[in-house]
Design a protein around this ligand. Structure first.
Ligand code: SF4
Length: 441
């Protein structure tokens, strides 16, 4: 993302950038490929290359444009894709030769052919959903993990079953991109990839792995013989059905990232977080999840209109009382292309000229909107305080004595005690960092 105190930020908690395993899987073997990961290694700009592909997220966009600029100065074609480029392709087009809007796999071969015939177009539109003509059991993408050989990441393999989500929360980029649709890889194809993926700990990066319960059941059943341990992301509805949860456990589920977002009903309603609105409170579902022995990584979105420093403290206390294994206290950020961004613009509440991700003065952790009941600084400070408090040594120790989850077995115990401090240190290091390298790379 950028600089910490004038020096490159090295992300110790980095996981494999799965996008590049998909691109590698879509690239015919005749082409030589190499991956450089700006999160921890220097990019050899002068190494000969025909094309450079860069994936963008909003926080990395500024840095991605700098990298693109270096390659273009050397006459190398740069292709950009990813979530941010898909949301605002016009901006990315100012910094690269070609953009891919949507999923890249269906158009990747065409791009490579066009590069060879020197007819590369400015814009390619990948599908946002299953490619036309594919039958229900045909493979949608191939994951080729060989691109990560020799690289250094946390010892967990990333994989993906589905893309998209049937919900449409106001602030969510996934919701805006996939427009309430989700689709998934045929189960038998994913199982084949997992059998040879070389690891037994898997993180399914799906936006909401339990959105389509029927498909999820099929997947979980097929995972049982693999004897893997996995975690993923999804809404809390999985805890409603005891049989469904039993199947999750049987298939090796260790934990789920769950977006509670807010404990205030008005905020949830404003977010259009409909999948959470049906619950009067989450108490029973959380208890059932704990009893089943599933770790919860709780995610909160702080900064909607009823938020104050006091309500954030209340949210922190609630999270501590629920003994979540991990918790992320995120500031609600307006992503361009989302309904939230449009609303904030209409209400004239966008800070940093409405493009905080490129703004010289924006630093990680700062609010990019004007909250209604407190100042942007109060919001930012309260979020930092919540992050630090939840992962303080005292808090980690005080919720560690839980035989149902954190102390269930030695592997859970190690995960809990290793990841909490790592997460805290990374958040602390990142808070206040400037995005981009400001020409000092
Ligand atoms: S449930 Fe999650 S993935 Fe789905 S739209 Fe809402 S925030 Fe996005």
């Amino acid at each position: 993302m950028g600089l910490v105190n004038g020096r490159p930020y090295i992300d110790k908690g980095r996981m494999e950038p799965l996008t590049f395993a998909f691109l590698k899987g879509a690239t015919p073997a005749e082409h030589e490929t190499v991956l450089y990961d700006d999160r921890y290694e220097l990019i050899p700009y002068d190494e000969p290359a025909d094309i450079v592909a860069i994936n963008t997220e909003i926080y990395t966009a500024r840095r991605a444009y700098e990298i693109a600029g270096e390659f273009r100065k050397r006459g190398i074609l740069v292709i950009m894709g990813g979530c941010h480029t898909t949301m605002i392709p016009k901006e990315s087009l100012e910094h690269c030769d070609t953009v891919v809007i949507g999923d890249a796999e269906p158009v990747w071969q065409e791009i490579l052919d066009d590069v060879q015939s020197k007819h590369l177009k400015r814009i390619y539109r990948g599908s946002l959903g299953k490619s036309k003509g594919l039958g229900p059991s045909e493979k949608i993408w191939t994951t080729d993990y060989s691109i990560f050989e020799g690289k250094s990441y946390l010892p967990v393999r990333l994989a993906q079953f589905s893309r998209g989500c049937q919900n449409h929360c106001e602030y969510c980029a996934t919701g805006a991109i996939y427009k309430r649709k989700s689709y998934h890889q045929p189960v038998h194809e994913l199982i084949k990839e997992l059998e040879t993926c070389g690891r037994k700990l898997i993180f399914f990066v799906d936006d909401n792995i339990v959105a389509d319960k029927k498909a999820a059941k099929e997947l979980f059943t097929a995972l049982i013989p693999l004897k893997i341990r996995w975690f993923s992301q999804g809404d809390i509805s999985f805890a409603e059905d005891p049989l469904f949860m039993q199947l999750m456990i049987k298939s090796g589920c260790v934990g789920m990232v769950v977006g509670f977002e807010s404990i205030n009903y008005t905020n949830l309603k404003q977010m259009k977080k409909n999948c959470n609105l049906t619950y009067e409170n989450y108490d029973q579902l959380i208890e059932k999840t704990r009893n089943a022995g599933i770790f919860i990584w709780a995610a909160f979105l702080l900064g909607y209109d009823k938020e104050t420093p006091e309500s954030i403290k209340k949210t922190l206390d609630w999270a501590l009382s629920k003994k979540f294994a991990f918790a992320a206290f995120n500031i609600s950020m307006p992503y361009p292309g989302t309904e939230y961004y449009t609303r904030m613009a209409k209400e004239k509440r966008l800070l940093f000229n409405g493009n905080w991700w490129l703004h010289d003065d924006y630093s990680f952790g700062a609010s990019a909107i004007q909250p209604t009941l407190c100042s942007p600084e109060e919001l930012s400070n309260a979020c930092l305080e919540a992050r630090m408090s939840h992962s303080s040594i005292r808090a980690i120790l005080s919720r560690s004595l839980d035989r149902k989850t954190h102390m269930k077995d030695i592997r859970n115990f190690i995960t809990y005690f290793l990841y909490n401090p790592l997460f805290r240190d990374e958040m602390k290091k990142k808070h206040g960092m400037l995005l981009g390298y400001r020409g000092s790379a």
